[in-house]
Design a protein around this ligand. Structure first.
Ligand code: CA
Length: 225
């Protein structure tokens, strides 16, 4: 899942970013309302964490302008207890949920997952390709009735491939969505993780769901391989 964090307090932004990365989210961070609005308009995020008190343009204004531009990505607002606005304003102005600072990280993650579930009614609750199933809400992977244990990053990669099942996705698209747009490590990390996934969802079952399109990318077979 791809998340945008818009927060001007750099230390808080970094704590949230690194925590979400550990949970398997792909995270981009912006530190002002203007940059946040631009990023949220240009990129397909699954959810946005938006601070209210931002320099230049408030989170409320960012949210309002996003909705005006027909961007309906779920927004979780971060409000301050002593803020000049009421939390209810956040919901009136187009946010989908809010958390008051200081907040528990576990609550933040639970709320994000709930928002993504709720905010994507057109997506099936469970992603299915043949007998391969991925349940984003419960974070479960299965081949038929056999449950498969995967790490947070493997889950994120498999979920992304499943959402595009039948289509070839490039390594770059995978990195942008499963790692993040600023990832500057070795792009062969994708190959490594595809290898891990094959050992879990394909090889034990004698299947080949994840196919390599040489020089282009990867495709998850719509029939599950
Ligand atoms: Ca702030």
């Amino acid at each position: 899942m791809r998340v945008l964090v818009v927060e001007d307090e750099t230390s808080l932004a970094e704590i949230v970013r690194s925590g979400l990365v550990d949970e398997g989210f792909a995270v981009d961070v912006e530190h002002s309302g203007v940059d946040g609005l631009w990023a949220a308009t240009e990129n397909p995020y699954d959810v946005i964490i938006l601070d209210v008190m931002l320099p230049g343009m408030s989170g409320y204004e960012v949210c309002r302008q996003l909705r005006e531009r027909d961007v309906w990505t779920p927004v979780l607002m971060l409000t301050a207890k002593d803020g000049e606005y009421d939390q209810v304003d956040a919901l009136d102005l187009g946010a989908d949920d809010y958390l008051t600072k200081p907040f528990s990280f576990l609550v933040l993650v639970a709320r994000l997952r709930a928002l993504v579930r709720r905010g994507a009614p057109v997506r099936p609750v469970v992603l299915v390709a043949g007998d391969l199933s991925v349940d984003p809400a419960r974070r479960q992977v299965a081949r038929g009735s056999t449950q498969i244990k995967v790490t947070a990053r493997e889950f994120a990669l498999l979920e992304f491939l499943m959402r595009h099942r039948g289509d070839v996705v490039s390594k770059r698209a995978i990195i942008n969505n499963v790692w993040d747009a600023n990832f500057d490590g070795d792009p062969n990390i994708v190959e490594v993780y595809v290898g891990y996934l094959r050992k879990k969802i394909d090889q034990p079952f004698g299947r080949t769901a994840i196919q390599t399109e040489r020089g282009v990318g990867y495709r998850l077979a719509a029939d599950g391989g």
